[in-house]
Design a protein around this ligand. Structure first.
Ligand code: AMP
Ligand code: ZN
Length: 138
């Protein structure tokens, strides 16, 4: 399904032009318009899925392999030292465009720290509780 009101549907299907790094039957990979670093790219499925929870499993199974190909090409072509995969689900997680996308963010030696958090603490009791709360819904 493609949504008329979705900008990433339009970009993924070529209705809106974009700098594309890769394309096949399932995906178009574009450069992010507001890059976190030089070469920041987005893997966009051509079909509309709001987020990871909606993503078709067969399509989803191809995302990591494609991300690895892109990451390798970025290391060779752009000279980055590594890369982050970032994938936001829901507004609370920072998702601003409601069409599944995987960020591939090249990381350069001496570049800014980006994907980081301050490690918190978890008690043994809460750890057990968390395991119960999540596994009950798997
Ligand atoms: P997220 O916060 O995970 O939803 O990420 C959305 C990303 O899409 C941001 O990094 C934006 O810079 C990027 N973005 C939004 N609109 C466009 C567009 N028209 N072309 C390319 N990238 C876009
Ligand atoms: Zn869409």
């Amino acid at each position: 399904m493609v949504r008329e009101d979705c900008i990433f549907c339009k970009i993924a299907n070529g209705e809106i032009p974009a700098a594309a790094l890769y394309e096949d039957d399932d995906f178009r990979v574009i450069l992010d318009a507001g890059p976190a670093s030089r070469g920041h790219a987005l893997i966009l499925p051509k079909q509309h899925y709001q987020d990871l929870c909606e993503l078709d499993e067969a399509v989803g199974a191809k995302v990591l392999g494609l991300a690895a190909r892109l990451g390798k090409a970025m290391k060779s072509g752009l000279g980055c030292a590594g890369f982050n995969l970032v994938q936001n689900n829901g507004e609370a997680a920072g998702q601003t465009v409601k069409h599944f996308h995987m960020h591939i963010i090249p990381r350069y030696e001496g570049g800014p720290e980006m994907v980081a958090w301050n490690p918190g603490v978890v008690s043994p009791e809460d750890r057990e509780q968390i395991v119960e709360e999540v596994t009950a819904h798997m």
